[in-house]
Design a protein around this ligand. Structure first.
Ligand SMILES: C[S@@+](CC[C@H](N)C(=O)[O-])C[C@H]1O[C@@H](n2cnc3c(N)ncnc32)[C@H](O)[C@@H]1O
Length: 275
């Protein structure tokens, strides 16, 4: 349907490329546009806005996800120039800001998986929690306490709003700050489960994750792995983890979360540690 809208503007091949890089979050559409199509970006934005009745804005993603806050630059192509919107997932409501705090609709399967794994009564430490996506979905599904830490003040504020929206006060606790410091100050040996969704820097923060976990606690260790053969990606990340971990570890599971580039994968390892 969308491809049809653009058929007078783009060739078949061009629209294939465009739609592999298309996300809708609430009433906001975000597209990445290949360099060869940049001269057509305004018309693409206008046509998309006309066609997608649930959208109020179309943005072009003008940078990759970058910096400590893992955010991206967006450029308005059509519609309202606002980056905050409401997004719904697994019966939870979220206010997200698609430019000022990290958010990805593409992690929804992983959020579902983690919420299923959480056990009743657990304490979960989400070291890089963003606006609270993983934390809130888990706490809505299971009776647990989740500490959602983030260094980006806007993410931490949005997380507070999302806790209120989902009536989870006291069950999810938003903490603004550096995960290493917060763990040292108040969360040592508290986590039945520790999430470390900052895949580019997992090795740097592994000691803090271990400090945060209880003896016999579980760490979800995310990483980015290059693999020529996709079927080997999760085994490669297990191997990497086993080489660098300073603690006795029992790997419970590992898998690809999503592709993040050509022959490049985000993976997760679920590991039970003995301290
Ligand atoms: C890839 S995002 C994941 C966010 C969230 N888990 C989600 O899936 O929506 C990583 C987050 O880590 C935060 N961050 C980066 N360095 C940090 C640090 N040292 N301590 C705490 N949070 C940090 C960033 O601001 C960003 O929101």
């Amino acid at each position: 349907m969308l491809k049809k809208t653009l058929e007078d503007v783009l060739s078949e091949k061009e629209s294939e490329e465009l739609f592999s890089a298309f996300d809708q979050v609430g009433d906001i559409i975000i597209i990445r546009i290949p360099d060869a199509l940049l001269s057509k970006k305004e018309i693409i934005g206008k046509k998309l806005l006309e066609q997608v009745k649930t959208a109020k804005s179309v943005f072009y993603q003008a940078s990759s996800v970058e910096g400590d806050f893992r955010t991206r630059d967006l450029e308005i192509l059509a519609g309202e120039n606002k980056t905050e919107t409401e997004y719904k997932e697994f019966g939870c409501r979220f206010i997200v800001d698609v430019e000022k705090a990290f958010f990805s609709p593409r992690l929804s399967t992983e959020r579902d998986r983690i919420a299923d794994l959480v056990q009743e009564g657990e304490t979960v430490i989400n070291m890089f929690g963003g606006v609270g996506m993983f934390s809130i979905i888990a706490a809505k599904r299971k009776k647990c306490t989740v500490y959602n830490i983030d260094i980006n003040p806007i993410a931490a504020k949005l997380c507070e709003k999302n806790i209120e929206l989902n009536k989870l006060a006291g069950k999810v606790i938003s903490i603004h700050g550096d995960a290493t410091k917060i763990v040292e100050e108040k969360l040592q040996d508290k986590g039945d489960r520790v999430l470390m969704l900052l895949p580019e820097r997992s090795d740097e923060f592994l000691d803090s994750a271990i400090l945060a976990a209880k003896n016999d606690g579980i760490i979800h260790y995310y990483s980015h792995i290059h693999a020529d053969d996709k079927s080997k990606a999760s085994k490669l990340s297990e191997k990497h983890y086993s080489e660098i971990t300073p603690v006795k570890s029992n790997i419970l599971d590992s898998k690809i979360v999503r592709a993040v580039g050509p022959r490049y994968y985000q993976t997760v390892i679920d590991v039970r540690i003995t301290k």
